[in-house]
Design a protein around this ligand. Structure first.
Ligand SMILES: C[S@@+](CC[C@H](N)C(=O)[O-])C[C@H]1O[C@@H](n2cnc3c(N)ncnc32)[C@H](O)[C@@H]1O
Length: 236
């Protein structure tokens, strides 16, 4: 996939355009499994009393809400560069009465507006493949967390199974853009998704990148026939 397809301004505009239908599309396109994937990823964070986590590319804040549900006494800061997505997240947080535990704000994943060693863990779900300089994004996620804490990355990956792969490629290149366009009402908005899913580095390569930016004990888990992978690395 060429780099211009990941132009940050184009990505920002695209997410603000589909924001109003984003949650519904997630549930429909993943047949509801996306919630379980986020829960699994959140469970990889190191848990501690009164921990404060960073949710990068928080979007409509589903991961931030999952952290609050799963980790007692936790707080979350979420950052995203799409105002449209952030606005919807803020409504969900307010409706859940969680304004005192989740704070979301504008921010770029490649230049996080936080000091070093601020958080007890950082997580990104379905965001890293959209970040043009994703190595810088991962490095930033490591920079802002304390020693002994983890960076967790949940992302689509390329299905390897010979039997399942053709079915998967058909689903994401034919069915998914069609449903995406139908539900979002935006022509072409979901054409970018299959490309970004099929061209993101395979799990071994992403693991290597995490190691290159200094994360340690890097490992990954493939979920649901390898549709997604959850990578975990520790800051020593
Ligand atoms: C597919 S959504 C994922 C949202 C959420 N994490 C979830 O699990 O549903 C991707 C999000 O990444 C955000 N994003 C992409 N590149 C970014 C960047 N460089 N900095 C901040 N946010 C970014 C987009 O605005 C969008 O909200």
């Amino acid at each position: 996939m060429n780099k211009s397809a990941k132009n940050p301004e184009k990505i920002q505009t695209m997410f603000s355009t589909i924001a109003h239908r984003y949650d519904l599309l997630n549930r429909v396109l993943s047949l509801g499994i996306d919630r379980r994937w986020r829960k699994f990823a959140v469970n990889q964070l190191v848990k501690s009393d009164n921990a404060h986590y960073l949710d990068v590319a928080t979007g409509t804040s589903d991961v931030a809400l999952e952290i609050i549900n799963s980790i007692q006494g936790s707080k979350v800061t979420g950052v995203d560069f799409s105002e449209g997505m952030l606005e919807l997240g803020k409504v969900k947080i307010r409706n859940a009465g969680l304004n005192d535990r989740i704070d979301v704000r504008f921010g770029d994943a490649t230049d996080l507006p936080f000091d070093d060693n601020t958080f007890d863990g950082s997580i990104i779900a379905f965001g890293i493949r959209n970040v043009q300089d994703y190595k810088k994004g991962i490095s930033e996620m490591g920079r802002v967390i304390k020693s002994g804490c983890r960076v967790v990355i949940l992302e689509f990956t390329t299905v390897q199974s010979k039997i399942f792969k053709p079915l998967y490629v058909f689903y994401i290149t034919r069915v998914l853009p069609f449903i995406g366009e139908f539900i979002s009402g935006k022509k072409g908005a979901y054409k970018y998704l299959p490309d970004s899913m099929l061209h993101f580095p395979v799990p071994e390569e992403l693991k290597k990148t995490m190691e290159e930016v200094g994360l340690q004990d890097v490992s990954y888990h493939k979920l649901t026939f390898g549709i997604v992978a959850v990578h975990v690395g520790t800051v020593k």
